[in-house]
Design a protein around this ligand. Structure first.
Ligand code: GSH
Length: 224
């Protein structure tokens, strides 16, 4: 409390990797101090009283910034940009890049990650008879149709909002990597080249060093 009175901000805390990787990557791009608090969804979550007090719904990521508590990775990114920007990662509303930015920022979760997450669950966790059930096929179809919008945009520009890397690229890159690593969908050459471009950034590499579970998963997949 005393520290806050003297004008010093409390450290931004991100609970959990998964889609929390997006938020960590954004924080690295913006150069904001933060800490990552590990949340193990595979362990007995009921024992993680601190996390459940933050997010009783028990999913990750969650963010605490002073007296602000939030969930939903894209909403958290929008909050950080609005509160600690301006940043070149988010074009201003009157910038011609803004509509595409806004669309792909949300398509990365609502269209891509949300659908491929369930395909991944079906393929990797569900009982054998459920692996290719109707809902898994529908979710894959949703992912693939939305992906065609990414493919069309990448034929026009190197990044989803134009010539410049933005937070929309963080959102969509996460979804494409989730699809690839979980073996849920195959990417085309344009999407693979795009992911190679976005993940070559120093801030992505620093985020990977912070997110050790994500790093270990990526290494496991690469070694297969
Ligand atoms: N739309 C949410 C999705 C959050 C989500 O589903 N997270 C996964 C891990 S990346 C999770 O916690 N799954 C366990 C659960 O939903 O109980 C976001 O973008 O943050």
């Amino acid at each position: 409390m005393d520290r806050l009175k003297k004008g010093m901000r409390a450290m931004i805390t991100i609970f959990g990797e998964g889609r929390g990787f997006r938020v960590v990557w954004l924080l690295e791009e913006m150069g904001l101090p933060y800490r990552l608090r590990r949340v193990d969804l595979l362990a007995n979550l009921e024992d993680d009283i601190e996390f459940l007090a933050i997010n009783p719904a028990g999913f990750i990521p969650a963010m605490v910034d002073g007296d602000v508590t939030m969930v939903e990775s894209i909403a958290i990114m929008e909050y950080l940009i609005a509160r600690y920007g301006p940043t070149a990662l988010a074009p201003a509303p009157h910038d011609p890049a803004f509509p595409a930015y806004q669309q792909f920022l949300h398509l990365g979760e609502a269209g891509l990650a949300a659908s491929i997450y369930f395909v991944s669950g079906a393929r990797n966790i569900a009982p054998a008879a459920e692996r290719n059930n109707w809902s898994a096929r529908q979710a894959l179809d949703v992912f693939e149709t939305r992906l065609s919008l990414v493919t069309r945009q990448l034929a026009r520009s190197p990044y989803l909002a134009g010539d410049t890397f933005t937070a929309a690229d963080i959102s969509v890159t996460y979804a494409l990597e989730l699809a690839q690593r979980s073996g849920s969908a195959t990417l085309g050459a344009a999407e693979k080249a795009y992911v190679a471009r976005t993940t070559a950034r120093d801030a992505y590499k620093r985020a990977m060093e912070t997110c050790q579970a994500t790093k270990a998963w990526a290494a496991r997949v690469a070694g297969q």
